[in-house]
Ligand binder design. Structure first.
Ligand code: SF4
Length: 242
């Protein structure tokens, strides 16, 4: 008999193609302790919102897509919000995915205590890890929290030899100066388990969600980076890959 564990999710996407290899079933968990100024998932912040689901319910949805996932070397990605806020639920889900030979990816800000996710990492094939900012002061300004947990988590993943895809959101005026990019490159150079770096251009598509909560969008007026800025960032960060 399978254990019944309940989690809170925001939504799912059955044919994701950007959050890990192949075609993926992506689960967006509810709840996030960060407050990124550019957040386009403002509606995931409150851990008491969202839908309650059991691992069994979610697995029966996931299994409907097992064939396309298998033929594309895809799998299941758990994203957020912040998925490590519900480690027991995600661990059980990944265990069940592994028993179905499905690849598992954890998409996280890395803002978590390593001790609380050790078991979860036993069932995680890939971590998609955000680097919000490599400078501690700017990290706090951008996200509302310290970047130290992220660094500890990244070091732990490296020691455990867990593959990482690193994500860096390029926000003009916040993360795109040469100083910012070279600091991010130094961070990347420390770890030999980072397989790829993805530079995500900032966009304001989720700004309307802030007004739905009666809040002003913090980056009002900030424009997305242009192609030249994106290519420049990619060059610096990719050169840091070992
Ligand atoms: S970590 Fe993601 S969900 Fe959380 S505030 Fe930042 S962008 Fe939003």
């Amino acid at each position: 008999m399978q254990k019944t564990i309940t989690g809170r999710i925001h939504s799912v996407e059955s044919f994701g193609t950007v959050d890990g290899p192949g075609i993926r079933f992506v689960i967006f968990m509810q709840g996030c302790p960060l407050r990124c100024l550019y957040c386009h998932n403002r509606d995931t912040h409150n851990p008491n919102f969202g839908m309650k689901v059991t691992v069994d319910e979610l697995m029966s949805d996931i299994l409907e897509y097992k064939i396309p996932m298998r033929f594309s070397d895809g799998g299941v990605t758990v994203s957020g919000g912040e998925p490590t806020l519900q480690p027991e639920f995600v661990t059980e889900l990944f265990k069940r995915c592994r028993s179905e030979q499905m690849h598992t990816a954890l998409d996280t800000s890395g803002f978590c205590e390593v001790e609380k996710v050790q078991e979860l990492l036993n069932y995680t094939d890939l971590v998609i890890l955000d680097l919000k900012h490599a400078d501690e002061i700017k990290h706090k300004q951008l996200t509302g929290v310290s970047g130290l947990l992220n660094r500890k988590f990244a070091a732990f993943l490296c020691a455990r030899k867990i593959p990482v895809w690193l994500r860096y959101v390029l926000v003009p005026g916040y993360t795109d100066s040469d100083e910012d990019l070279h600091a991010a490159a130094l961070y990347i150079k420390q770890f030999d388990n980072i397989q790829r770096v993805e530079v995500l251009p900032y966009h304001a598509l989720g700004a309307y969600k802030w007004s739905e909560f009666g809040e002003q969008y913090p980056l009002e007026g900030v424009l997305p980076p242009n192609t030249e800025q994106i290519e420049h960032a990619k060059r610096i960060l990719n050169a840091a890959l070992q």
